[in-house]
Write a protein that binds this ligand. Structure first.
Ligand code: GLU
Length: 513
């Protein structure tokens, strides 16, 4: 990449929540901008009023903010090429589409939706073909290429509804140079005359996107593969507008695939397969449905960034964990593959585990605050941090912090029946009662003194350590979970340790009856 002033944009349409594929697109744009000291722009492409979803723009902004992706120019921040919301730029597009009409590269089409539906139906049933408004069919339809000019004038002055379509050349070859895919060649004979301007006076995505990329001086268009089929049309638009020399470089990113590699990761997959596909939770205002987010599932933004960085990009070495700074230094579009990347939910958790291990106990304690508030516990910070140190290596997601440690703060109210059945023997209750008598005698209760006592006790009574300690764990924790039993006892202290055993024995008695 040359040392030109790099300007990239992330250009989402607020038609719903931002899929993690979109976050990855934003990330790759961001990395390129930062690596080259360039500018990162957020442009909201909201010209399709029918698909506009309330709250989607705010959701997109919040999601990207949570991921740590900061924009230099945006609807909120403003910038030299404002406004950055396309619905506020309609006059600009009007001017450009008029230019295309004037130079014969676009035309008015007056076909109503009903008329087009009828044509589509005829194609389907009589001709057994899919109708496309193109260089052949346009000759038979109601547009300015066919109608006499006085009729066109009349229709326009009568205010008849119309759209403006691009006039695709009949037989040309369009070449798109793509940084990731090389040259993509398309014959115009296969393209349709896409609508550039709708009857509502707003442009479609294609025109607005190209005009804005030009006006906002975008140097690199880095976007998802689903836009590759539109790229030849965009190349033609640059040419027809006389802006070919300003055309940005294109890079179409590979798809993110379902874990089994069968197709694109969709918004339904997350709930079906048990992992989020959205950065933060999204509530569908129409259906009331809630889609899980990485934030709420207990992922750290740093981990999400790493997961996404690796979905498409290959660093070329064994390094897996990258700070944002390292990504900025190492990222390159040359190492982005053409083929889709499978999303691996286990690997995603692994990344989060790694980042949680990197956090200090104090940082993890902060992450536990919401869970502690829900369960109404407020341990002192010293105790809390010691607990966290004991369970940290078992933690993959934020909720694991509480799930692996709650028994340090609360007594169990239930006891795992399966475990009980498996480990409780005829003499277990009596052995534990005898053990309690010995525990009572310990004057300095620590991990070590308890350990010595357990050794002496089991040797004398001929028990295996597990035969004593597994039942003790069940009484203390309610299950067979948790870190080393001596560590738990040490943290709880003698009084609580003994009390839990007593209470537990009482409760287990009831389990028997
Ligand atoms: N508005 C398009 C989208 O929703 C942008 C595609 C592009 O980046 O050109 O993804």
């Amino acid at each position: 990449m040359t040392k030109q002033q790099i300007r990239v944009r992330f250009a989402p349409s607020p038609t719903g929540p931002l899929h993690i594929g979109g976050v990855r697109t934003a990330l790759y744009n961001y990395l390129i901008a930062k690596q080259f000291g360039g500018t990162m722009i957020l442009r909201i492409e909201d010209t399709d009023q029918n698909r506009y979803i309330n709250g989607a723009e705010e959701y997109i902004v919040k999601s990207l903010e949570w991921c740590g992706l900061i924009f230099d120019e945006s609807p909120d921040k403003g910038g030299p090429y404002a406004p950055y919301r396309q619905s506020e730029r309609s006059a600009i597009y009007h001017e450009y589409v008029q230019r295309l009409i004037a130079n014969g590269h676009a035309y008015y089409a007056f076909d109503t939706e009903a008329e087009l539906d009828a044509v589509r139906e005829k194609y389907k049933t009589v001709d057994r073909k899919v109708f496309q408004y193109d260089h052949q069919t346009r000759k038979l339809l109601k547009n300015a290429l066919v109608l006499p000019s006085d009729e066109i004038q009349n229709l326009l002055s009568d205010g008849a509804p119309y759209v403006i379509r691009i006039r695709i050349p009949e037989d040309e070859t369009v070449r798109v140079q793509d940084v990731i895919r090389g040259e993509v060649v398309v014959q115009t004979a296969n393209l349709d005359d896409k609508v550039l301007f709708k009857s509502d006076g707003l442009p479609t995505y294609h025109l607005a996107n190209v005009v804005d990329d030009y006006l906002m001086k975008i140097t690199h268009v880095i976007r998802g593969e689903e836009w590759l089929p539109s790229a030849p049309l965009h190349v033609l638009l640059y040419r027809f507008l006389g802006l070919e020399s300003f055309m940005p470089r294109f890079a179409h990113l590979p798809l993110i695939l379902k874990p089994d590699g069968n197709g694109k990761l969709s918004k339904r997959d997350g709930d079906r397969l048990g992992f989020p596909v959205f950065p933060i939770e999204w509530k569908d205002s129409k259906s009331g449905e809630i889609y899980a987010g990485y934030r709420e599932a207990g992922y750290l933004p740093e981990a999400v960034i790493n997961i996404l960085a690796h979905l498409g990009w290959n660093p070329g070495n064994e390094q897996e964990l990258f700070s944002m700074e390292e990504l900025i230094q190492n990222f390159s579009l040359d190492r982005v593959g053409k083929h889709g990347s499978k999303f691996d939910p286990e690997k995603a958790k692994w990344f989060n585990h790694q980042y949680m291990q990197k956090c200090s106990e104090t940082e993890l304690a902060v992450l536990m605050n919401p869970a502690m508030a829900i369960h109404q516990v407020s341990p002192n910070s010293d105790y809390l941090e010691k607990v966290i140190a004991l369970i940290k290596d078992r933690v993959f997601l934020v909720p694991d912090l509480w799930n692996n440690s709650w028994f340090f703060f609360q007594r169990p109210t239930e006891f795992d029946k399966q475990v009980y059945k498996k480990i409780w023997q005829a003499n277990t209750t009596a052995a534990i009662q005898a053990f309690l008598v010995e525990v009572e005698k310990i004057t300095i209760f620590t991990k070590d003194t308890l350990h010595t006592l357990v050794q002496e006790f089991t040797t004398q009574s001929g028990m295996k350590t597990g035969q004593l300690m597994n039942p003790v764990r069940l009484l203390i924790v309610g299950s067979n979970q948790g870190p080393g039993m001596m560590d738990i006892a040490d943290m709880l202290g003698k009084a609580e340790f003994m009390e839990r055993i007593r209470i537990g024995l009482e409760k287990l008695k009831k389990l028997d009856t």
